[in-house]
Design a protein around this ligand. Structure first.
Ligand code: SAH
Length: 219
C-alpha cells in the first residue's frame, strides 16, 4: 500500500522502531505516519529522511531527529483544538506533526527567524494542505503576541533560560517544553497552574542548535 506522498513503507518502519524503543502512544505514531518527512528535508538528504537522526536544512540549522519530535509531542500532551506556539520552526516538519495532533480545530503558530527557511517551510506546508499552521518570520524568543495565549508552547532551539514572554503567553493550565543550556542542555517540561505558578520538571539531556534572539543567546 502506498499513500499519495510515497515512501509509506519507510515511514511505517520508522514509526515501528520509535514504538519499540520509546513506547510512543498510538496517537503520536499515527500523526508521524501521516507526515512525509522526505518532503521537508533538502533533496540531497532525501534518501536519509526516515533514519532517526537530525539532518541539515541549510543556514547551519537542522531538522530534529524523529525520536526527539516524538518525545516532545508526548511530553506536550497535545489535544484536538489546542492553540500551539512553536519557536524554531525550521523545516516545518515538527509543526506538521503537531498540526496532525491538534486537528482542524486547532492551530500551530510556527516562528522561524531565518526568512529563507520560513519561506521553504511555508511552501511545503501549503503544498501538503496544512492550513492550520501559520508561519511567522521573527524572533520567537519574544513569542508571538498576535495569536496568544497558547495552550502549549515548544521550543526547538536551546535557550539560556526560559524566555519571560513565553511564560506570559502560556495559558494557565498550559504546558511548555523547552531545552535549556549551552554546551550541556536539558529538556524541561514547564507547567503553569491555574494560579499562574510555574512547575518545572527536568526530562533529560538533549542537543539542539542555539536560540538566537533577545531572550536567547545573542551573537
Ligand atoms: N523544529 C524544526 C527544527 C529546526 S532547528 C524542524 O522540525 O525542522 C531550530 C530552528 O530554530 C532553526 O531553524 C533556527 O533558525 C531557529 N531559531 C533559532 N533562534 C530562533 C528565534 N529566536 N526565533 C525563531 N527561530 C529561531
Amino acid at each position: 500500500m502506498e499513500d499519495k506522498f510515497g515512501r509509506l513503507e519507510e515511514r511505517k518502519r520508522m514509526v515501528e522502531r520509535l514504538k519499540e524503543e520509546l513506547n510512543i502512544s498510538d496517537r503520536v505514531a499515527r500523526a508521524m505516519l501521516k507526515v512525509p518527512r522526505h518532503l521537508f528535508v533538502p533533496p540531497q538528504y532525501s534518501s536519509e529522511a526516515y533514519f532517526d537522526y537530525p539532518l541539515p536544512i541549510g543556514r547551519g540549522q537542522t531538522i530534529s531527529a524523529p525520536h526527539m519530535v516524538a518525545i516532545m509531542c508526548e511530553l506536550l500532551d497535545l489535544k484536538p483544538g489546542h492553540n500551539v506556539l512553536e519557536v524554531g520552526g525550521g523545516s516545518g516538519y515538527h509543526a506538521a506533526v503537531v498540526a496532525e495532533l491538534v486537528g482542524k480545530d486547532g492551530r500551530v503558530v510556527m516562528v522561524e527567524r531565518i526568512p529563507e527557511l520560513a519561506e521553504r517551510a511555508e511552501k511545503t506546508l501549503r503544498e501538503l494542505g496544512y492550513d492550520n499552521v501559520i508561519v511567522v518570520v521573527g524572533d520567537g524568543s519574544e513569542g508571538c503576541e498576535e495569536f496568544a495565549p497558547y495552550d502549549r508552547i515548544y521550543v526547538t532551539a536551546a535557550a539560556p533560560s526560559i524566555p519571560e514572554p513565553l511564560v506570559e503567553q502560556l495559558k494557565p493550565g498550559g504546558k511548555m517544553v523547552i531545552p535549556i543550556g549551552d554546551a550541556i542542555q536539558e529538556l524541561y517540561v514547564v507547567e503553569k497552574d491555574w494560579s499562574g505558578e510555574l512547575r518545572k520538571k527536568r526530562w533529560g539531556s538533549v542537543r539542539f542548535v542555539p536560540l538566537v534572539g533577545k531572550h536567547g543567546f545573542r551573537f
